[in-house]
Structure formats: C-alpha cells, structure tokens
Design a protein around this ligand. Structure first.
Ligand code: NZQ
Ligand code: ZN
Length: 386
C-alpha cells in the first residue's frame, strides 16, 4: 500500500427532511449567494424549502447555471459576489451547480487578472469563499470533494481545478430528491459513480485489500440498486443507497494508498467539450476501449473485478478479465446508455486525432496509472470507441 494523507472536512447531513438543519450550518449574518441550475428546483419544491429555511438571511440568487457550467456565464456571478460583498455561497443542484460554485469560491479570492488561469494554469486553491451545498442529483461526488470541472465554449475546452480550499463546508443529502429526476439523469448518475470507482480501482494490484473491497462494495451496491431506482425513483431505500454510493465513490476515501487512472475522464471531458455529450455517457463510450487497449496492464484487476463484483468463477485470468469488460458494457446498456461514439455523433471521423492533438498541445503526454498512455495511444483508444 502506498503512503497517504486523508482529510475530508465536508459535513454530510443525510436523510429525509434534513433541509430543516440548513440554517444551523450557515453563520448568522452571512450574506448568501444561492446558486442553482435551469429551474428543476422550482418544479420539485426544493427552491421553496431552501428559501423558507434561509428566510432570516440576506440572500441573492444566481440561477440558470447550465449542465457543464460555462466560464463566461460565471463571470456575471463573480461580479455579483464582489459588488454585493457576498460572504457565503449555497449551491443547490448537482455536479454542475456545485462545480460552478467551487469555481466562484476560488475566483472570488483569486488575485490574478484572468480567472480562467485557475484552470488553464492548474492553480491550486488553498482557500476559497466558504460554501455549502444542497445536492439534488446523486452522481459526481462533488458535494464532498474539492474538485470542479468548468467548460469554455470559446476555446471548446473542459478543464478541472481543485485544492483543499474547495471542499464544501457541509452538504445536505436528501434522497427524496431522486424522485423528480428524469430517467436519463438517474442513468447518468449511476454510470458516473460506477466509473469513478473503476478509475480508482482498475489499475494494478497494490496490496490495498481494504480499498479494493471498499471499491467493490460500492460497485456491487450500485449494481444492486440500479434497476430499482430506474424503475421507481420514489423507492426511498434504493435512492438512499444510490446517493450514498455516489458520494462515497468520489470523496477521496477509496483512492487513498492506491494508484489511480482517470484517463477515461480525461478523454471523456473532450467528448463533452467537442459534442456536448452528457459527462457520464462519454465515460461509457470509452471504458471498454480503454480497458481492451490496456488489457495486459490491467488484467489482474479486471479479473479480480469480474470474480468479486460479477461472480465470474470460470476461466483463465484473461478470460475472466474479458468477461469483466463485457459485463461493464452490459451494465451501461441496462441503463439505456449507448457505448459507441457513433450512437451520439454523425461526423466523428476526426475525433481521435483532434483529442490526441489537444493532449499533445497541453503537454498531457502520459496518462493512466503508469503515466505511459501517450497521445498516440489516446488516438487509438478513442478510434476503437467509434
Ligand atoms: O439545471 P436544472 O434545471 O436543475 O436540471 C438539472 C440538469 O439538467 C437536472 N436535475 C438536477 N437535479 C434534479 C434535476 N432534474 C429534476 N430533479 C432534480 N432533483 O439534471 C441535469 C443534470 O444536472 P448536472 O448538475 O449537470 O448533473 P451532474 O450532477 O451529473 O453533474 C455533471 C457535471 O459534473 C462534472 C461533469 O463533468 C459535469 O460538468 N463532474 C464533476 C466532478 C466533481 N466535481 O467531482 C466529477 C465528475 O467526474 C464530473 O466530471
Ligand atoms: Zn465523472
């Protein structure tokens, strides 16, 4: 097992009716910027309950944050933060709203000229404007981690940022929010969380028995609850297990002491930047190609995954590993998610070349747990996902 440090300061407030505790978490006298997305919270009652809980605070709203939050639009919110002397932010939404709020948290205290530099120059955020979240969709884990991903339409980029200053101070996780989610978003949430676990697990054996079993248990739980929550989003226990699995998949715990990959995410973000494909679906497109291409390096973990998560008992290590890849694709299909780029994009013939060129330009010359996946490899992986 590798050496590690672990600190996750986000307070999780989990369960039905926990919104009542919202005001206890925000300092009295705070001047709040409440951020939210395209309006789902106004249809499912979450907006009213947040406003009710915060009626004694001075509060300004910034709504309309789109999926895959966009840099230019966020500069307006940054103006408001500065002009109104906002002291606290509350993100009410999913990964997009929370990531946008993390960007604002960092940008509010950023001393440079151009806040895009935080992303382009990978500037770590040691301290940000404090914020909490009310999660409305289980998926990214952003409610309990310090990462954020922001898009830039002009440069057609989608880049990540982070640092210890960007953990939410608290997150309210009420699984009843799942009830109003469209099927497509439930499927996305399951696939995203599933891939988060895979990115931190499907590498090579590192004698980290507990981390392996944490990871396998999250995968198994997602597999167990997926059909239930897809069929009936009002099934509270299924929704609760789904939500907690998503948070645990990317709150830092399972990646401690083990190698991590994240190449699927790096390539997937490009597919969103180029074509606007939902984040989770980009991952489903790339997963099997990535594992086939890097089969020998990942074979031992692929076989362990097939055995322990999918119960594949027969065959050689290689056969089990292959079965693991196939089961993963079948799982995505069971969620109604297509796993080939051609199902999403008509003119895809130059995609692989374009992504490889971008990685070369950015100096991303070695991805994956061995840092040996070159832009040329990326090209081949993306091509085989067509
Ligand atoms: O905008 P509104 O109207 O609220 O609708 C949203 C949005 O259209 C809707 N929605 C959310 N809660 C709902 C609801 N609809 C009905 N009822 C509810 N309770 O769902 C849609 C998708 O929301 P979004 O926040 O975009 O989804 P998600 O949580 O999947 O976030 C995706 C973003 O997070 C980034 C992705 O790249 C993408 O930009 N990621 C962030 C990560 C992180 N910070 O750790 C890690 C991930 O790998 C990922 O990259
Ligand atoms: Zn993801």
């Amino acid at each position: 097992m590798q050496n590690f440090e672990f600190k996750n300061p986000t307070k999780i407030i989990f369960g039905k009716g926990q919104m009542q505790k919202l005001a206890e978490e925000i300092p009295s006298g705070a001047k709040i910027l409440m951020t939210y997305g395209g309006g789902s919270i106004k249809k499912n009652g979450i907006y009213e309950s947040v406003k009710e809980a915060l009626k004694d605070y001075e509060l300004i709203e910034f709504g309309g944050i789109p999926a895959n939050p966009e840099y230019a639009g966020l500069l307006e919110a940054l103006e408001i933060i500065k002009k109104e002397n906002i002291t606290y932010m509350l993100a009410v939404g999913g990964g997009s709203v929370i990531d946008a709020t993390k960007f604002l948290s960092s940008a509010a205290l950023f001393e440079g000229e151009e806040p895009w530099d935080i992303l382009a120059k990978k500037i770590r955020t040691e301290k940000g404007l404090p914020f909490g979240t009310v999660l409305t969709i289980p998926a990214t884990g952003s409610e309990s981690n310090s990462g954020s991903v922001i898009s830039n339409k002009i440069t057609k980029e989608k880049l990540s940022m982070g640092g210890p200053g960007l953990f939410p101070q608290f997150s309210i996780l009420d699984p009843t929010v799942v009830k109003s989610l469209p099927q497509r978003q439930i499927a996305n949430g399951i696939a995203d969380a599933f891939t988060h676990v895979l990115e931190q697990y499907m590498t090579y054996p590192a004698d980290a028995y507990l981390q392996d079993r944490f990871a396998e248990s999250i995968l198994q739980t997602l597999i167990e609850v997926a059909p239930r929550v897809m069929q009936d989003p009002g099934d509270y226990n299924a929704a609760a297990n789904f939500m907690w699995s998503c948070t645990m998949a990317l709150n830092g715990l399972i990646q401690k002491g083990v190698p991590t990959d994240w190449a699927i995410h790096a390539m997937g973000h490009e597919l969103t930047a180029l074509y606007g494909i939902d984040h989770a679906r980009t991952l489903a497109i790339l997963t099997s190609s990535h594992y086939q291409y890097n089969f020998e390096k990942k074979k031992a973990k692929l076989a362990q995954y097939a055995e322990r998560v999918w119960g594949v008992a027969q065959g050689s290590e290689g056969e089990k590993a292959n079965a693991g890849i196939q089961k993963t694709d079948e799982f995505f299909h069971s969620l109604g998610i297509e796993t080939k780029l051609s199902a999403y994009v008509d003119d895809y013939s130059k995609t692989a070349q374009e992504i490889a060129a971008r990685f070369t330009d950015r100096g991303w010359l070695g991805l994956g747990e061995h840092k040996d996946i070159s832009p040329e490899d990326v090209k081949k992986i993306v091509e085989s996902a067509y």
